[in-house]
Design a protein around this ligand. Structure first.
Ligand code: ADP
Ligand code: MG
Length: 316
């Protein structure tokens, strides 16, 4: 099976059909039409075997996740996903593996109206890079830098699920279906990003843990924050793990949540239920932006919880 056979068989025609694709997989470049009044949002993420996923993980889930993490970045700037490219490095031409990978990737791509329009296939240690392209109305881009003192801090869904699933997997312990899905098939909050465009003052997607990612918002916005720990949206399993040792690292510092964290002017608080209904996911207020610098995590009794270490850093 040659490189070109693999591409033709498994990586052609993947995802949604879109009439803004002028040149698809099979030519030297993809050629794509950006409509007037829209800006092009571009993000890229690499998944390395042994670093971002366990080498023996389900290839269909990996295909889903490789796209999902990129769509999560598009959601964080309020962009509507449109196109993706895929650079894949494989140790060998394992057709069954690639077919399953393409199935998982294609499933999410079709669901989110994304077309796979090109890429590259090389041989080497298993590595997957996806670049996602989205469209966002001019003047409506969500940024990290717009949070202001008094704004509410909100998160979508629940946090810490993927961290707990990974902890169980690494310990050789059983993982229930909910936690496994949250780790392997995260739901990018695309619809939420779109409805936040006109309301949120800032947004970021949670890939490295709430402390690190909210920290980026605070740094970009020049603000401080207070997070109320008892308000964090936690699945029962995560809440139980936290309660066991009063250790909040799981929801605050473990990665791979792929939820959105955003700030809203206090005057928009009443809109949260409307936004949640439009986005199809729960939204929870977890704290408030303050003047100054730094992030305080406050327990229900008013005491401050201090993180034992910083979030994940590839070079840290
Ligand atoms: P070139 O040699 O001109 O760079 P390639 O041989 O790398 O082209 O790729 C041939 C065609 O297949 C191109 O249209 C390219 O975008 C597409 N392609 C290659 N790898 C992938 C992939 N992993 N996913 C989707 N399309 C791919
Ligand atoms: Mg090439």
């Amino acid at each position: 099976m040659s490189e070109f056979d693999l591409i033709r068989r498994h990586l052609t025609g993947l995802g949604a059909g879109r009439d803004d694709v002028l040149l698809d997989v099979g030519d030297d470049c993809a050629v794509l039409r950006v409509p007037a009044g829209r800006e092009l949002a571009v993000g890229i993420d690499t998944l390395v075997a042994g670093v971002h996923f366990l080498p023996d993980c389900d290839p269909a889930a990996l295909g889903w996740k490789a796209l999902a993490v990129n769509l999560s970045d598009l959601a964080a700037v309020g962009a509507e996903p449109a196109w993706a490219t895929l650079a894949i490095t494989l140790p060998e031409a394992d057709e069954a593996w690639l077919a399953a990978f393409a199935r998982g990737f294609g499933e999410l791509a079709a669901a989110e109206d994304v077309r796979l329009v090109g890429g590259d296939v090389t041989r080497g240690p298993l590595t997957i890079t996806v670049q996602a392209h989205g469209l966002v109305p001019s003047e409506h881009v969500l940024r990290r830098s717009g949070a202001r003192p008094g704004d509410l801090i909100c998160v979508s869904g629940a946090i810490g699920d993927a961290g707990l699933a990974l902890k169980h997997l690494l310990a050789g312990e059983p993982v229930d279906g909910y936690l496994r899905r949250r780790l392997e098939r995260p739901t990018p909050r695309v619809a939420l990003g779109e409805v936040l465009r006109d309301l949120a003052t800032s947004a970021i997607d949670l890939s490295d843990g709430l402390l690190a990612d909210l920290g980026h918002v605070l740094a970009a916005s020049g603000c401080a924050a207070r997070v109320e720990l008892e308000r964090l949206p936690l699945a029962d399993q995560v809440a139980a793990a936290v309660a066991e040792h009063d250790d909040w690292s799981l929801p605050l510092s473990s990665g791979d949540d792929y939820e959105l964290c955003f700030t809203l002017p206090r005057t928009a608080a009443a809109q949260l239920p409307v936004l949640a209904a439009a986005a199809g996911c729960p939204l929870t207020t977890i704290g408030e932006i303050e003047a100054g610098a730094g992030l305080r995590c406050v327990r229900a009794d008013g005491s401050i919880w201090t993180a034992p270490g910083p979030g994940y850093d590839h070079f840290g």
